[in-house]
Write a protein that binds this ligand. Structure first.
Ligand SMILES: [Zn+2]
Length: 355
């Protein structure tokens, strides 16, 4: 028994000595990183420790744009780390003589999507002053980078049909600045009795006060036109102001009954290139007029009638008002006006909504 105890003691001592020889200081492990031996420190070393010790940079690959190749996401594709040929993370423990390899991330190109782009019909003016047959828009299929939006290719899908001005004896009655609780119902009653569809260029603020009237216009088959929220002077507005007045009115009207306006009429007929662009971006054609009834001057009904009848022509867009003041004379002139136009062979149309 005594002899055997002594032997155990010797073996134990030699084991301690051997450990001290192979792991001096704090170096716990030696691994290969990229084929070079690297000592690493600490009680439970990881792949990340080994890579740091070897001063190897984890270079990610970028996501690049489909056309320009510019970098969209610099670190989209991380470097790949393997230990003994198996992909691992930075936190994976490593052991003596493990082989750690680092492969830089490769660059990739963003995926592309196809989209249908509906243009405007060729020939339609940016500002319509009379009735137009809007033709049919050209349709393209574009391939675009999903992240960058860069256009990779454009293919013509449907040929457009050019717009052309209305030359027949057709006119449009347009009523601005409503809805008004007194005059709008009076105008709508006459239109219904005469079987005429008109265009109501409504103010967002007035539609908010009288939502039932704005809904009734659509229910009766009249066309909806955006006339801003507050009858704003558009050329005075900042880009943010244009959005508030133009998109704001479209939002109010769309919320009423799900019918977004496709026509925009600038208050006072005042426009700027920015205002036109803002209306078009909001999905509307810009419509002014070419026959002014001057009813805003409170002309007597007979003078108002005479003024319109002297100016009217095929494709005419007639400016009237059902709100924004006392429209008694407009209401009084409306039935005689419709009958006088009918007597001259005119029919009534609304500007065809953009497809
Ligand atoms: Zn107005």
């Amino acid at each position: 028994m005594r002899v055997r105890s002594g032997l155990v003691a010797v073996v134990a001592v030699s084991a301690v000595v051997s450990l001290n020889l192979s792991a001096p200081a704090n170096t716990a492990t030696a691994v290969e990183v990229g084929g070079k031996p690297v000592p690493i420190v600490g009680p439970s070393p990881t792949a990340g420790d080994a890579i740091a010790s070897a001063n190897v940079t984890l270079t990610p690959g970028a996501l690049r744009a489909a056309v320009s190749g510019r970098v969209l996401v610099p670190d989209a594709n991380p470097a790949v780390i393997t230990v003994n040929g198996h992909p691992v993370g930075l936190d994976t423990p490593v052991h003596r003589n493990d082989r750690v390899e680092v492969t830089p991330g490769t660059d990739s190109v963003e995926p592309v999507d196809e989209r249908r782009v509906v243009g405007t019909a060729p020939g339609l003016p940016r500002v319509e002053t009379s009735l137009w047959n809007p033709g049919r828009p050209r349709v393209d299929t574009q391939t675009v980078g999903r992240v960058s939006g860069e256009v990779v290719s454009t293919a013509l899908t449907e040929v457009g049909v050019p717009a052309r001005p209305e030359t027949g004896r057709v006119v449009a009655l347009t009523f601005d600045d409503g809805p008004d609780p007194k005059f709008t119902p009076a105008v709508m009653a006459i239109l219904a009795e005469e079987g005429v569809k008109a265009t109501f260029c409504v103010l967002g603020s007035a539609a908010r006060r009288h939502p039932d009237m704005a809904r009734a216009q659509i229910a009766a088959g009249h066309a909806r036109c955006n006339h801003t929220v507050d009858h704003a002077h558009l050329p005075r507005l900042s880009p943010e102001g244009l959005t508030k007045q133009i998109n704001g009115a479209s939002d109010i009207l769309t919320e009423l009954d799900g019918t977004p306006p496709t026509i925009f009429r600038p208050p006072y007929g005042e426009l700027s290139p920015q205002a036109i662009a803002a209306a078009q971006r909001a999905g509307m054609r810009v419509l002014t007029w070419n026959v002014d009834s001057d009813d805003y001057r409170k002309l007597a009904a007979d003078k108002l009638l005479a003024k319109v009848m002297s100016a009217v022509k095929p494709g005419g867009v007639i400016l009237l008002h059902d709100g924004g003041g006392d429209r008694t004379e407009t209401v009084a002139a409306l039935r005689p006006l419709i009958r006088a136009l009918k007597a001259q062979g005119y029919t009534f149309a609304t500007p065809t909504p953009a497809p």
